[in-house]
Design a protein around this ligand. Structure first.
Ligand code: HEM
Length: 415
């Protein structure tokens, strides 16, 4: 595997990010039992609480853990101060929990939690920018890291301003800032990061070669333009900018999708493993979500908004993450615990570190659960929705179990 390990941080630094994220995933899935799809609205305080618990405590936690490992791979220089990551996960975790409680029950906690999470994000951003300053030769992927992190910075500042408004400390028009916040942090940071990292990770894990990168590169430029337009549209209250921004963002995802198809067509490895299945499911969810998002522009109904958001969060992002975890954790554990003994004594194979049966249950239960919840949200029938959540909840327990199994894989026990 083509991971540069010269500047790799120790696994004990990365593991807590993955473990905390997996527990937050289970907590956020169990929170879904509390919603009634007949009366749910995307701006209910409980929904806002859920969205931030899921996005900060699960998605961002995983991205930051992965970045500790990936930043040196992408930039080809060592971290400026990798030990700063030891401060990021506790601060992000505490900040997220306080924010979730703040949205849900005690608004004052939202500002405190928001500021603590903001400190965690700032440490990440400062460390990343200082690491980038060490780079001698720029390339396209590094540029995407800079763009994504700049979007994150501005989106968070708007988040904090909204949180102070939500708590009642200052007076701002939250509604007009909401779109800018969502576009900058969610599509701007999470979206651009996933697309940018695909440039590195997909060909590595699918062993594809000899294809053009032009589609994803154009997608990244067009998505960034779309995000800037939507952000400015709220400042100038300009509908043309806004809709042009939406159109460009959706078009960018279609280009990205086409790029993935090209990589898929030129892949060398055909093994249908947990990684492959997870990626396939994630891209199916993304394509359905994109089609629903286009319908939403014509008919802005809550059912459509909730269904396509759900498919992006729980279908696309979650499966991109889980699929990669089944690749990345075994590799990191194997590299740290077993690679020094290669050629000296018997060492396990990478595949031995993956719980084969359990990962199949995880995939099956989680994908069926996500699909049934989507049907429940779309139809507005609470019993369909709740049965989906029940299946998904069992799937999430399998995920935690698998992550702990891979992280704790020990030579004495298993070889
Ligand atoms: C310091 C960190 C953050 C703070 C203080 C914050 C604050 C807020 C506030 C106050 C709202 C609600 C506005 C309203 O009442 O209409 C909101 C909405 C939202 N935020 Fe954040 N946010 C933060 C970070 C993030 C991050 C990192 C993401 C994504 C990765 C994110 C995604 C969203 C989304 C998707 C919504 C809309 C939710 C919905 O429509 O249900 N936020 N945020």
């Amino acid at each position: 595997m083509n991971i540069s390990t010269a500047f790799a941080p120790p696994f004990k630094l990365i593991a807590p990010f993955f473990i905390l994220a997996a527990f937050v995933f289970v907590i956020s899935i169990s929170m879904l039992f509390g919603f009634d799809v007949q009366i749910i609205h995307n701006l209910d305080s409980a929904v806002l609480s859920w969205v931030h618990l899921f996005l900060l405590g699960f998605v961002m936690m995983i991205i930051f853990g992965a970045m500790a490992q990936l930043v040196p791979v992408v930039l080809e220089v060592g971290h400026f101060a990798v030990d700063l990551y030891y401060a990021i996960y506790p601060l992000l975790f505490i900040g997220t929990i306080l924010m979730a409680l703040g949205f849900y029950v005690y608004p004052i906690l939202l500002s405190f939690g928001g500021i603590i999470a903001f400190i965690a994000f700032s440490i990440f951003l400062v460390e990343t920018f200082l690491t980038i300053l060490k780079v001698k030769k720029m390339n396209f992927v590094i540029l995407t890291v800079i763009v994504a992190n700049s979007f994150l910075l501005f989106g968070l500042i708007i988040g904090i301003i909204m949180a102070l408004g939500y708590t009642g400390i200052i007076s701002v028009d939250i509604h007009s800032l909401l779109k800018t916040h969502v576009f900058l942090v969610f599509f701007g940071y999470v979206g651009v990061t996933i697309m940018g990292m695909s440039l590195i990770l997909l060909p590595m894990f699918w062993l594809s070669h000899d294809f053009t990168w032009n589609y994803v590169k154009s997608a990244l430029v067009i998505l960034s333009l779309g995000i800037i337009l939507v952000s400015f549209s709220t400042l100038f209250d300009n509908k043309i900018f806004e809709y042009l921004g939406y159109f460009l963002s959706i078009f960018a995802f279609f280009l990205y999708f086409y790029q993935i198809y090209i990589i898929y067509k030129t892949r060398v490895r055909v093994e249908i493993d947990i990684y492959f299945k997870s990626m396939l499911f994630s891209y199916i969810c993304l394509s359905i979500a994109l089609i629903l998002a286009i319908f939403y522009l014509y008919n802005p109904s809550q059912e459509l908004l909730l269904t396509f958001s759900w498919l992006i969060f729980a279908g696309y992002i979650t499966f991109v993450i889980t699929g990669h975890l089944y690749k990345i954790i075994p590799f990191l554990v194997w590299y740290e615990r077993f690679s020094p003994y290669v050629g000296k004594r018997k060492v396990p194979m990478l595949a031995d570190l993956i719980p084969q049966k359990s990962s199949k249950f995880q995939f099956l239960l989680t994908s069926i659960g996500v699909t049934i919840v989507a049907l429940g949200l779309f139809s507005g029938v609470d019993t369909i929705y709740k049965s989906g959540v029940s299946i998904l909840f069992i799937g999430s327990i399998f995920l935690v179990k698998d992550i702990l199994f891979m992280i704790n894989f020990k030579e004495e026990k298993n070889v």
